[in-house]
Design a protein around this ligand. Structure first.
Ligand code: ADP
Length: 490
């Protein structure tokens, strides 16, 4: 199959969060399976150009219809760690992608509506006719609308669209001027509840547009797919997902097993594996040395992730003090975007600065993240909501036992050692709690610390059971190929 991904991010060249990881990781897996993949991205001024090989101009005469005129674009092309990427570079006063950052502009919807239109125009003009167009999140929700309402009538009648939602929170609410801009010239037709009209506000909704028009819609875990339809996690899209339930499902994300591999990880001093777990103990020592923690008979509990409300930041904070009170060490690596949360954790960092059992590292640090995954005994993930979650899967890969709240993809990946009724004891891999109060978290941490102290052999068994799980792109890759095949032949 010939697959084109259209997205606003791709790791590591333009990565803000999990979306970038998925676009890269899935594309790589599809290629390993023998498919041809190309990725279309905006050409941001702030991209990591050092991750692009052989960047050159591929097409210099792309005129993208926009309002009553057209915007001239060039399209550059290069390889991002083996993936062939095309970068759309518009030349207009709008300066859509030269803002010094990926997101956060006031004309955000217009920027990505233009990108969606430009990507299709590029495919049309260069005679690229993929079997599948896979697009992601609200930024590219207009792609299937434009394809089936306009481009289909210009020779693109055989293309099929898979649309993946990574975060329901941001949906691309926008006024009707976007219709005139993109050539969807029939306002009453699109401004209707069975097409683009938001179900709760008097505006258009680009994520809803993607759901209505795509041939298949996915979100990033089976449990999150259920939550989106039946709970407020769908942020108002539950009804439209119900209407289109026949073409909606959850496919669990994978993690890149080349990047996240304790046997070959270049950021950890002592490689290890399931068969030879000794290195993990040495990495624990290296982590302590690096962070100036005391060498004591204590487990290390870690948190790695954004510090915001989605991630249950109050529970992260509580986990830290509870762990310290219960004879454990705690290591936190995280960055906050909200000012209030940022100063809160800086205050904690200063307060705990000389504590021999605690270290807070505030900021983004890829290299340190690897050492923490390798050196910690447990990782806590107390999210309020979590579409899929990668840190628990990385933890499992590194023999770091996850303690998670039972929401979203965490439910599909972590199975409670003591209470999971659906799995045999030898298939369980962590600890799960459900409520958002401190006590729920405490009881899960208590069970984990208790096992570590009193039954070290059992704890080690639990670690090894977790390491046995395969959360690579292998299974999700097969699932997506199944979806592509299904929509191609309908
Ligand atoms: P998100 O909601 O942020 O996408 P995920 O769990 O899906 O959360 O993915 C988080 C990814 O970002 C993981 O690979 C994690 O290791 C990494 N990460 C998060 N915060 C940091 C940080 N401060 N430093 C280094 N890596 C981080």
């Amino acid at each position: 199959m010939y697959i084109v991904q259209i997205a606003s991010e791709c790791a590591p060249v333009s990565k803000v969060g999990g979306l970038g990881d998925v676009v890269y990781g899935l594309s790589r897996e599809l290629e390993i399976r023998g498919h041809t993949v190309e990725i279309i991205l905006p050409k941001y001024d702030c991209m990591r150009y050092d991750h692009i090989w052989g960047l050159h101009e591929a097409y210099n005469d792309l005129w993208v219809p926009w309002y009553d005129g057209a915007i001239h674009c060039t399209v550059d092309c290069g390889w991002v760690h083996g993936r062939l990427c095309f970068f759309i570079d518009p030349h207009s006063e709008d300066n859509f992608f030269n803002r010094g950052c990926y997101y956060g502009s006031s004309d955000e919807q217009m920027r990505f509506a233009f990108f969606s239109k430009a990507a299709l125009e590029f495919l049309l003009r260069t005679n690229k006719r993929p079997d599948i167009i896979h697009c992601h999140d609200w930024q590219t929700g207009l792609v299937p609308v434009l394809l089936f309402e306009i481009y289909k009538y210009h020779g693109m009648e055989n293309q099929r669209v898979c649309y993946t939602i990574h975060n329901f929170k941001h949906q691309g609410a926008v006024g009707t001027n976007i219709l005139a801009a993109t050539g969807l010239n029939n306002e009453p037709y699109y401004y209707s509840s069975d097409r683009l009209l938001d179900d709760n506000h008097p505006c258009l909704n680009l994520m809803k547009a993607g759901i209505v028009y795509a041939n298949f819609v996915t979100t990033v875990s089976p449990n999150h797919a259920w939550e989106a339809r039946h709970t407020d996690v769908g942020c108002g899209l539950g009804h439209i997902l119900y209407v289109h339930q026949h073409k909606f499902s959850g496919v669990l994300n994978g993690i890149d097993y080349d990047v996240w591999n304790p046997e070959s990880d270049r950021y950890i001093p002592h490689p290890y594996s399931r068969a030879n777990i000794q290195g993990k103990i040495q990495n624990k020592k290296a982590l302590r040395d690096r962070l100036l923690l005391q060498d004591a008979d204590k487990p290390i509990i870690c948190y790695i992730g954004r510090l915001d409300n989605q991630k249950g930041v109050h529970l992260v904070h509580h986990a830290m003090y509870y762990a310290l009170n219960r004879g454990a060490q705690f290591v936190l690596l995280g960055a906050a975007t909200e000012k209030k949360i940022n100063s809160w954790f800086w205050h904690e960092k200063n307060h705990l600065n000389d504590h021999p059992d605690c270290h807070l590292e505030l900021g983004f640090n890829e290299e340190l993240a690897h050492l923490i995954y390798a050196g910690a005994d447990m990782i806590v993930v107390p999210s309020n909501y979590e579409p899929c979650g990668l840190t628990q899967m990385i933890g499992l890969r590194y023999g770091t036992v996850p303690i998670v709240r039972g929401v979203g993809g965490l439910v599909n990946t972590v199975f409670d050692r003591d209470y999971d009724q659906d799995r045999l004891p030898e298939k369980r891999n962590g600890y799960v709690f459900y409520q958002t109060d401190n006590q729920a978290l405490e009881s899960a941490i208590e069970r984990a610390i208790g096992l570590w102290h009193r039954y070290p052999k059992e704890f080690r068994k639990l670690m090894l059971q977790g390491m046995e799980y395969d959360y690579s792109w292998n299974h999700p890759g097969a699932d997506y190929v199944g979806i592509y095949d299904y929509i191609r032949h309908r």
